[in-house]
Unconditional design. Structure first.
Length: 418
């Protein structure tokens, strides 16, 4: 009776196990399988009796099971390894197989379903790879500031390899002040802007989310997680956009100036076309220069090829005694210098320039800086345009880009009327 009772207890235990149990004879033919194993492979027990164990494994697993049976099992050695069951419907079920030999030469195998475990492992693997290969920096460190993990995104942003940073202090890439502030927090902080240090010593800006991690059962923070993205270029882009906006605003403000400049261009063309008078054109040029540039004085001279001189056509802002300089020498003067160098002559202080010929009059008229533009048409000197400013405005004439372009139109006008 006791043996019978023990047999019933044993069978009840096997039948109610959460693991699948398969029993085979010495030829690997099925003699018993518990309900859990039948459910795992999708067969009813009567359909399994007499079938080889190899019928319930994938082709790859059959090789391993057969190898174990012919080597270890025949020697009476138990074993444990992973394999893949093949269900009646062709589904693969990963299991942990623990096999042991029976006294009659048969085998008992206990199979633990690893489906959920494998699924979790796969999810963890995907998550791990997503973290590892993310372009964002994903870093963990303990409350002492020692780095525990370092992904490829962190290497891209900060320049250090994982082997260089794991175990090192987080203060290598963030200032001690920022680290202290981070470690003092026990709450998630979103999108904080931190200044980091690249391996090459360059400063970088990152937007980071800080998460303190608590291990179950512990009240103190176990470690911190930082997810950071490099915003250095983004900040630079925003600054560039802001700069462009300011420039656009300035351009809009200057629109009135440009419109006024164009008005004078068209008026000069009208004067040349309607009057045909050289003096009228010269007076208009000088007055327009004064209005456009706000200089203190302007002189327009015509080149006299016969006398090799520059003759006064029109002027503004000068005392009457300047008219005594109605004609000045071309040779050896600033006009020759400008013509030879094919560009304007810019003098901050005419009193200090050895080639300037009218220092006394310039001083008397409180003139300091000079912009002398050679007027050249078809490689021949036509005349000169001289702009003067007082000491208070001595650099302003050098900052006006329009005036030299306007001078090109004056060249054409003079050449057409001479």
């Amino acid at each position: 009776m006791k043996k019978l009772a023990d047999s019933k207890i044993y069978k009840t235990l096997i039948d109610t196990m959460n693991e699948g149990v398969w029993v085979g004879d010495k030829n690997e033919r099925t003699v018993y399988a518990n309900p859990k194993f039948c459910k795992m492979v999708g067969y009813k027990l009567p359909d399994m009796i007499g079938r080889e164990s190899y019928d319930f494994w994938t082709e790859e697993s059959v090789k391993r099971v057969r190898n174990v049976n012919t080597s270890e099992r025949k020697k009476g050695v138990s074993s444990s390894y992973e394999g893949d069951l093949l269900t009646k419907n062709g589904k693969i079920v990963p299991v942990l197989l623990s096999g042991a030999p029976l006294p009659d030469g048969g085998t008992i195998g206990i199979m633990t379903d690893l489906t959920d475990l494998k699924k979790k492992e796969e999810e963890e693997k995907v998550l791990s790879q997503a973290i590892q290969y993310s372009t964002n920096a994903v870093i963990t460190f303990d409350p002492d500031g020692k780095v525990k993990s370092w992904n490829k995104g962190a290497k891209i942003i900060f320049g250090y390899k994982g082997v260089e940073m794991v175990g090192a202090k987080i203060s290598r890439i963030f200032s001690r002040g920022d680290v202290g502030e981070i470690i003092s927090s026990s709450k998630v902080i979103y999108n904080i802007e931190l200044e980091g240090k690249h391996k090459n010593k360059k400063k970088i800006l990152v937007a980071a989310t800080l998460t303190p991690i608590f291990i179950e059962g512990k009240k103190k923070v176990s470690f911190y997680l930082i997810i950071a993205r490099d915003i250095t270029n983004q900040v630079k882009f925003e600054e560039d956009v802001e700069l462009k906006y300011r420039k656009m605003k300035e351009a809009y403000n200057k629109f009135g100036v440009i419109r006024r400049q164009m008005d004078y261009v068209f008026e000069l063309l009208d004067v040349c076309r309607s009057s045909g008078d050289l003096k009228s054109m010269a007076d208009f040029v000088v007055s327009s220069i004064i209005m456009l540039t706000r200089v203190d004085a302007c002189v327009l001279r015509l080149y006299n090829q016969k006398r090799d001189s520059l003759d006064l056509l029109s002027s503004f802002g000068l005392a009457n005694d300047w008219e005594g300089k109605a004609s000045i020498k071309y040779k050896g003067g600033l006009a020759e210098k400008a013509f030879v160098q094919k560009g304007s002559v810019k003098i901050i202080d005419v009193m200090k320039d050895p080639k300037y010929q009218s220092k006394f009059l310039a001083n008397k008229n409180n003139l300091c800086s000079l912009l002398l533009i050679p007027l050249v048409f078809k490689s021949k000197l036509v005349g000169t345009l001289s702009l003067y400013t007082s000491p208070e405005k001595k650099l302003e004439i050098f900052e006006n880009e329009f005036i030299e372009k306007y001078a090109k139109l004056i060249e054409l006008s003079l050449a057409a009327m001479v």
